[in-house]
Design a protein around this ligand. Sequence first.
Ligand code: GDP
Length: 294
Amino acid sequence: MFEYLQKKLDKALHIFKGNSRINEINIAETLKDIRKALIDADVNYKIAKIFVQKVKEKSIGKKVLSSLNPKQLIIKIIYDELVSLMGKKNIEINISNNPTIILICGLQGSGKTSFSSKLSFFLKKKKKEPLLVAADIHRPAAIDQLKIIAEKDNLPVFFLKKSKNIIEIFDKSLIYASEKKCNVIIIDTAGRLAIDKIMMDEIQKIYQYSKPDETLFVVDSMTGQDAINTVQSFSKFLNIDGIVMTKLDGDSRGGAAITMSSIIGKPIKFISNGEKIENLEIFYPERIANRILG
Ligand code: GDP
């Protein structure tokens, strides 16, 4: 994860040759390369420009502490800026209500169903009793898929194969949850290939009816800047509480993940980095910044 950006930044920092104070001249080329590294990693060019400007302002003329050399000082400044860009700290999901309702949405193929089961597994480890609800009324195969993934890991699933009514599925899942003493309901909604009216009407309907404690939007990080556009268009219709970025183990360049929260104003709550049930991490900006800086 984030190896692409890590390598590029490492190269940019490698060329820094200043050995006392940092000044306009000795940092110029490094800043240029940092900007290029960010843009290459899919960071929006305006954000990359502001980022570099801040690093410049904070580093030039700054007295280097005896414990740090100039290069370490720049790394520390970049680290602080990255953490701040990513929203500073993790915002936890709210699972205090009984039952807690979590609505999962996203485009088809983004990793919604995989994430729903990973979340269920994660919550079980936190001593919660989750219930996965297969609510894709358009693709029976999606229901089977959730069943297969969940049953493999012994995660309870609720589905009504013949129902085309998402409200009915939700209502009946609540009854089932109360019978089985489940206290977190994870609703895996239908995904579409693009954000369209039918998809939004359906999501709005279940959103308004179920009044979720958490609405999580799952997005594929491999789609780069498009990931940000997708979340932006979706959030015009629903109040998203958090973003889940998937497939960070692939060829994703990471730029969307590090800029998402500052562009959208919503936190990334989880990242997914593989196909296995345990490949889910809470999004901690400090940890990601540490990884990026090696
Ligand atoms: P959905 O249509 O949004 O429900 O997407 P799925 O959960 O079915 O995921 C689509 C494909 O992406 C599946 O083959 C998953 O195994 C895969 N996938 C999901 N999350 C990840 C991830 O974090 N890393 C990788 N490498 N593959 C993932």
